[in-house]
Each structure stands twice: as structure tokens, then as C-alpha cells.
Design a protein around this ligand. Sequence first.
Ligand code: NGQ
Ligand code: ZN
Length: 453
Amino acid sequence: MTQGKFRFTLALTSSGWQKDVVVSVDKSGMIESVVTGAKDGTLLTGIAIPAVANVHSHAHQRLMVGLAERAGPGADSFWTWREAMYGFALKLSPDDLEAVAAQAYVEMLKAGFSCVGEFQYLHHQPDGSPYDEPAEMSLRCISAAEQAGIAITLLPTLYNYSGFGGQASTAGQRRFVNDAEHFLGIYQTLKAVCGASPLRRLGISPHSLRAVTPELLKTVLGGIADDARVHIHVAEQTKEVDDCVAWSGMRTVEFLLDRFEVSSRWCAIHATHMTAGETQGLAKSGAVAGLCPTTEANLGDGIFPADTFIKQGGGIAIGSDSQISISPAEDLRMLEYSQRLRDRTRNALASGAGASTGRSLLEAVLKGGAACLDQPMGAIAVGKRCDIAVLDETHPAMTGREGDAALDTWIFSAGNVAVKDVIAGGKHVVKDRRHIDEDRVQKKFAETVRRLS
Ligand code: NGQ
Ligand code: ZN
């Protein structure tokens, strides 16, 4: 039964750019029909595009953005940032996490994301003991997503060690740690909750090859659904690759491909430091590379070999990760710019002669994002969920731009200010740049930040 109809003056549908497009939505938020040249439904003027999947989020890190940009006593690095992040991670109560995550999720929607992959590793109380409900903190992320109206693929994190070969976890990691049995208990609790809404999916996130042993991960993989998505941080820092070589004789991506049946259910987060052989191997595996270009720049990680990976058929997606920037436009821009700066070239990731770079990037992450979050999104088409962002062609930053030129202008110049309306799961949650519940969410967030930072 049709629940609602939206009409767009211009839309990027699965058959390309179309004028006067009416999208009908059923009661579970799925697209029932897409009719062009029609004039009924709620009119949203502007340029409608499929909303984007944010495949890698640590919601709690929204609390600390801007607070790790001051020089320390010695040389700063990813690893000194991580110490600061652990400090903030110890402060959050369940209520605090829910407030911070709700704010992050509202910001994601306002930027044009309609779904978040939450890589959630704050499992336990600040002293390291489990909550009465062991899945408490993950359930709070679900509540935050519900408040914001964003779809969520929850990826509870398996974390047990501090370094390769099963090194004991450190005091700063005490909220993260679970053995297989306790982790699978959390997974089962979340399975029931995620099954109850068409906006939710459940996967897992072994944190990294530093934080799990192959044996532990294999045990857990044996206890979850065969098609549940598996996201893992890999090869983000050269130190991680060096430590893996010292331990196993193999580099991290090489080790992953050698020891596990890496396939399209896997998402390799970052995968920054790869040899040509690893790049080819990962591309051929069918795994999606979950790239977080603004966080990778902020943390000084390095540059992902996007040009060769994509040429070899590799799928990509983007994530806001540390929340230093919540903006699909900025992350896509940074991804392209990293290649240009490295190779002193232009339009590095355009799909061919004459192709728009913005359109090529957007299409790549729409496909990869839907796949690695296991969500029916990424296209304005019958059978997909109604997840749509509308760009404002009347904003001065977008004046005179239509079609692919509008995508290029949004991504390379205008950024978030161009995003006017967002529909997630058929619900019109961002109207004329305001989220329908942003005042309440922001008030709670502000109170939390003032208390904790
Ligand atoms: C995280 N973040 O889990 O939040 C990591 C840092 C680690 C990024 N890798 C911690 N961007 O990798 O050990
Ligand atoms: Zn991460």
C-alpha cells in the first residue's frame, strides 16, 4: 500500500538523469514505483540523488573532534591520538553515548547520508566490568539511530588483544574486551533487535589483526550468520604492517587474504598500505575497501591506492570514522585530491574519457556502500529503500548547475551547504536544511559535551 509520494524536479534514477520524477513509497519505506514526467506527490525542488552510506563510524569520537589538534610534548602520531581518544572513551556512560551518537547521526543525515555502519567497541562499564545487559552500549547506538531516523548496520566489535599474536590488552582497552562466548551473546541479543526494523542490519567488526587472533575470529565467524558482513581495520599505519611482518612474515592485507576466505561479505577498512600484489588480491576478493579519507588525512595515515584498486575492479565505500568531518562531499573530494597530490594529475578517479569525476565517485560508493552495509539502498529504483538526498540548485554555490556538473560542484566546492532535504527509509527527516528533531538532540548533546570535555 502506498504510504507517500515525493516529486522531484530532477533526479538521478537507475536510468540516469530524469525530469519530474514521482517516487511512491510503501509503508516499510521501500520504493514501489518511479514515474517520470508526472506531477503529483509532495514537491521537493532541487536535484535528487540516492543518499549515501556512511560505512565506518565510531560515534563516540564525535565527542572529541577538534580536541586533539594541539602539539604534544613529543612527536604526535596516530598512536598519540589514540591515547587521547582512549581517555574520552572512558568517560561515556550509556546515556552519554546515546546523546553523542544521536547528534552525530543527525549531522550525517543533514550531510546526505541515510545509513550508518557503526563499528561499536565500547562494550563495558568504565571499570571494565560488563553492564547488566552486556549489549547495553550497542543498544544505545540503535536508540540513537532510531531518534535520528537513520538506517543502521550495527557492527559490534570483537576486541581481545593489544597486539599481534595475542598480546594482553591494556588498561585503556578495558571497555572493549570480550572472549568469543561473551561476544556471541551480545551478537544474539542484537540480532533480535535488528531483525525488528527494516532500517537495521547486523554484522560484526573484528577490530583489527592486532586485536584478534585468527583462531578467535574463526570461532566467532562460525557462530554468526553466513552472510553477516565482516568489517575489519587493516593496514592503516605502516607500524601495523611492520609488526605483522615481524610476527608472521606476512603483511596485514596479505595475511588476511591468506588466512581467511575474504569475499564480498568483507569490508577492509582503510587498507592504506598495500603492495601491488595485495591491491590486486583485495580487489579480486570482492571485498569492499571502506575508505575514510578525511580521518586518514587527519591521523596522518597515508594514501590509499584508489586508482589501481578501482581499475582492477575493486569496490569502494566511504566512512566518517573519527567524525572529524561528517560530509560525503568532503570525503569524496579528499579521496580524489589525495590521488592528484600524489601523482600530480587531475580527474584521477573518473571512470573514463569525458566522465564526470563526481558522478564516477558517487556511483562507486553508492554500490560499495549498499553492499558492505547489507542495505537495500544506493539507487532511486523500485525495490530499493527510499533513501534520497536533494541538492539545492538555487544556493549560490550551486547556481546554474544541473546533472553531473551539479555533482561535481557539490563534491568539489559547495559541500554540505548544498544538501537541502533528506529522506531516509521513506521518512522526510531533513527539511530545508533542518533535521526534524535537531533542537532536542542538540540540547542533550551540548549538555553532555559541557560535562565531559
Ligand atoms: C579506532 N580508529 O578503533 O577508533 C581506530 C583507532 C586503533 C582508526 N583506526 C584505534 N581510525 O586502530 O587501534
Ligand atoms: Zn575505525
